[in-house]
Write a protein that binds this ligand. Structure first.
Ligand SMILES: *Cc1c(COP(=O)(O)O)cnc(C)c1O
Length: 378
């Protein structure tokens, strides 16, 4: 593709958001958390993850997540290195018995299905697919399916779904909540494994996975471990992750700054009023951005069903006459970054994160900036 020069459009400073980070992952880290990291860094960074200060930090994270999600008795929070992508690899070793079923409606849900399909020790997964911009209906669990894979928010397309245990399922419900956890509500009664990485709603850095696990999920991990019927790389062994998590550790060395920033964001959410507070901020931002798009002749929310329209990641289609890549490039030149659409989706689209850390006022300012840029493009 030929590169077109970015038009020289200066956005007036009074229109600019206070913070110009609107990326869907990694996403805005709150400046207060970065300042606290700089303060605490001297005594925490560069110290052993096997000693009390870091283990207490991990304990606060595990307890804080249980409180934020209102996890029932018997649930446990596991963690390990490698992000959500590594958790998919771990799941095909330590969570799926024989066969998984997947609702696929974008890049991330498709990747987990592909991992399951490629695992030589598993049966062919059942894949239910929908076009980008919507999610498939929650079909009943197919015969022989022992793990049903859902995605709370498909970050590549801006589609969210209500989590519910499928009819007729004799197995676990495992939910990729990477861009949803901490920004969308869910009911633990409908889920067994709610896993995510902390660089989205939790406004931290990447490289870590966390998984809230029901007693049935813990039992599955224990049973898979006891079966000893498949070789499992230790870094992907959920039994090893379970043992280490119970001691507030990870199997190998974690990024301490990631843990610190996650703990700080969790504290901020809990002090503010918990998941209601955090999800409410995202909903306020969503109301602003979708309302704005619907009031513009040249902008349309990509997701047509308002119930599936994500309140944590907004995707806005632009008219062909308004090149979204140019709008994003002009915004970037003015310090407002990462509004680009998901590259593989290939649409003339802006994608805007609405995570709890992002100020609704800044989302409002962003819409004014886009109006300014579009008004000066012709
Ligand atoms: C970002 C994202 C991932 C990938 O997370 P990593 O930490 O990079 O592995 C997976 N699933 C969803 C829904 C995501 O948004």
């Amino acid at each position: 593709m030929a590169r077109v020069a970015t038009p020289d459009i200066r956005i007036p400073p009074d229109l600019l958001p206070a913070d110009g980070r609107f990326g869907s992952g990694p996403s805005k880290v709150r400046p207060e958390a970065v300042a606290a990291l700089a303060q605490a860094g001297g005594s925490l960074l560069g110290t052993s993850h096997r000693q009390a200060p870091v283990r207490e930090l991990v304990a606060r994270i595990r307890a804080g997540l249980a409180e934020l999600f209102g996890l029932p008795e018997g649930w446990e929070v596991l963690l390990g290195n490698g992000g959500a992508t590594s958790f998919w690899d771990a799941a095909v070793f330590g969570l799926v018995e024989r066969r998984s079923q997947h609702l696929v409606f974008g890049e991330f849900s498709g990747k987990f299905a592909a991992v399951a399909a490629a695992a030589p020790h598993l049966d062919e997964p059942v894949v239910v697919e929908a076009d980008p911009g919507t999610h498939p209906p929650l079909e009943a669990g197919a015969a022989g399916v022992d793990l049903y894979a859902l995605t709370h928010n498909e970050t590549s397309t801006g589609v969210m779904m209500t989590l519910r245990r499928p009819d007729g399922l004799d197995g676990l419900v495992a939910v990729d909540a990477t861009s949803a956890a901490g920004g969308l509500r869910w009911d633990p009664a409908q889920v067994d494994v709610y896993y995510f990485a902390p660089q989205k709603c939790f406004a931290s850095d990447g490289g870590l996975w966390l998984a809230a696990c029901s007693p049935a999920a813990i039992e599955r991990i224990e049973r898979r471990r006891a079966a000893r019927d498949r070789w499992t790389p230790p870094t992907l062994d959920l039994g090893i992750a379970l043992d280490n998590s119970r001691q507030d550790q990870t199997y190998n060395t974690p990024a301490l700054a990631t843990l610190f920033l996650l703990a700080h964001q969790l504290r901020w959410m809990l002090d503010g009023g918990g998941l209601e507070f955090a999800a409410g901020r995202s909903e306020r931002s969503a109301g602003i951005v979708y309302g704005w798009a619907e009031a513009r002749a040249w902008a349309t929310p990509f997701v047509t069903d308002p119930a599936q329209r994500s309140t944590v990641v907004a995707t806005i289609d632009l008219d062909d006459a308004v090149p979204a890549a140019t709008v994003s490039a002009v915004l970037r030149a003015n310090g407002v970054v990462d509004t680009d659409s998901y590259r593989k989706l290939g649409r003339n689209q802006l994608r805007i994160a609405l995570y709890p850390a992002i100020e609704p006022d800044d989302v409002e300012a962003l819409t004014a900036c886009i109006d300014h840029v579009v008004g000066h493009l012709q």
